[in-house]
Design a protein around this ligand. Structure first.
Ligand SMILES: [Zn+2]
Length: 425
């Protein structure tokens, strides 16, 4: 199968020599990029592996070939950061001289050891009354302050659910300790040990400065990470290639960058970004979103799984959160007279709007939407080893990418500005 595919690729490459160079959205180019990103050699592009670094270097080299610039503050296309994963090892505590059982101590810190008492300068919060402990705990965690929280034993069930909160993310500058105790906490001592693992991560970002509206950004994004290697399936395949999820979106970002760089007529600044660590918690897009001024971002086209036919067939795709801004209507208007149509997300119960890399910028008010063709109720290869290039419709995919380029025209030229999304918090 592989061999046949290789010959087919070669054939298409030779054939395309006769084509106009202006044909940017062709299957040869889509296959060239997909074949690298979704190859078994990249072993499923799992964050923290040498293989995902190869993918990042490939994307950076493509951005360089297109002549993209660096994001402000960066000296290359890699936007590097760390992710810290902590695993609880042990804890001891006394509150008002009463010993607390280890199972009643939960610490949120990215340090390997933590030792605090009432003189450490921690804020103290006592929860005797709350409608929703998990919501209250989330609010406390979001304040990023050193805090000790004494939770009334009445809330033992929710307290135990709090243990499931993932302690995985950027380095914390503070610590929050929750203790199940009814004491007043005038005196306390907590000692905690974690196993800490640091993973180096990088988004790959390139920009095309706008001609007249440099401070207005249009973002084209995807995620280039996937699930890595797992247990072999019945066919003996253990590699999660992620050809559709989301080598397809990444292929689109690379092709769009090349296209717009060749046109050189964008009035607004275009940012092309491929995120890391989407599958493990959206860490790449979260880091990116915190490091650009959201107020300057006028739109985000996040491209996820566009390699198969949508439920409406060829020449169609859906937009998540369609009703949250007029982004979709603008795109649709720009496609008038073509065979392509965008539809609102047909799987609203799956919450797709909040499940991809558009979510963080959208929460900051940016009209940030995901475009996809994935049949989320029936996509046979979703998050499976069988998500391989052979399962994609590359011809349709090239058409989807072309349609995305056309649909963004009036936003890139500065003529249309999508309405903002309602901010969260
Ligand atoms: Zn994905």
């Amino acid at each position: 199968m592989k061999r046949l595919f290789f010959i087919l690729t070669l054939f298409i490459s030779i054939h395309s020599f006769a084509q106009e160079p202006a044909k940017y959205f062709n299957i040869t180019e889509a296959l060239r990029i997909e074949s690298f990103l979704a190859s078994d050699d990249l072993r499923g592009r799992k964050p923290g592996t040498p293989e995902i670094d190869k993918a990042a270097d490939f994307i950076a080299a493509e951005f360089k070939k297109s002549g993209l610039g660096f994001l402000s503050g960066l000296e290359n296309y890699h936007q590097s950061f760390s992710n810290i994963r902590t695993k609880f090892l042990s804890a001891t505590a006394t509150v008002d001289d009463i010993a607390v059982e280890e199972k009643n101590i939960i610490g949120f810190t990215t340090d390997s050891t933590l030792s605090v008492n009432e003189t450490s300068g921690f804020a103290k919060i006592i929860i005797n009354n709350t409608e929703n402990l998990l919501a209250t705990a989330t609010e406390i965690l979001l304040q990023n302050k050193n805090t000790i929280v004494l939770v009334n034993s009445f809330f033992i069930n929710d307290f135990n659910k709090l243990k499931r909160f993932k302690n995985d993310g950027p380095k914390m500058s503070n610590a929050v300790v929750f203790i199940l105790s009814n004491a007043a906490g005038d005196k306390y001592l907590v000692n905690l040990k974690n196993k800490v693992t640091e993973t180096k991560l990088a988004n790959v970002v390139g920009i095309l400065p706008g001609k007249s509206k440099k401070d207005e950004y249009v973002v084209f994004s995807s995620h280039y990470d996937h699930l890595g290697v797992g247990k072999p399936n019945a066919a003996g395949d253990s590699i999660y290639n992620g050809a559709n999820d989301d080598a397809a979106g990444t292929t689109a970002v690379i092709m769009l960058a090349k296209y717009f760089a060749s046109l050189k007529n964008n009035e607004r600044t275009l940012i092309f970004v491929t995120f890391t660590a989407e599958e493990t918690g959206g860490f790449g897009s979260r880091y990116f979103s915190k490091n650009i001024p959201a107020a300057k971002a006028v739109a985000m086209f996040n491209l996820e799984m566009i390699g198969t036919e949508s439920k409406w067939g060829k020449n169609s795709a859906y937009i998540t959160g369609y009703e949250k801004s007029d982004f979709g209507k603008i795109l649709q208007k720009n496609l008038e007279g073509t065979a392509f149509h965008f539809e609102p997300d047909p799987y609203p119960s799956q919450n797709l709007f909040y499940r991809s890399d558009n979510a963080t910028l959208a929460a900051l008010g940016v009209p940030a939407h995901t475009i996809s063709t994935s049949k989320m109720d029936s996509e046979p290869n979703y998050h499976k080893q069988s998500d391989e290039i052979s399962s994609l419709d590359i011809t349709n995919m090239a058409e989807v990418i072309k349609a995305i380029a056309l649909s963004s025209k009036s936003i890139i030229s500065g003529k249309d500005t999508p309405s903002r999304i309602e901010k969260i918090n």
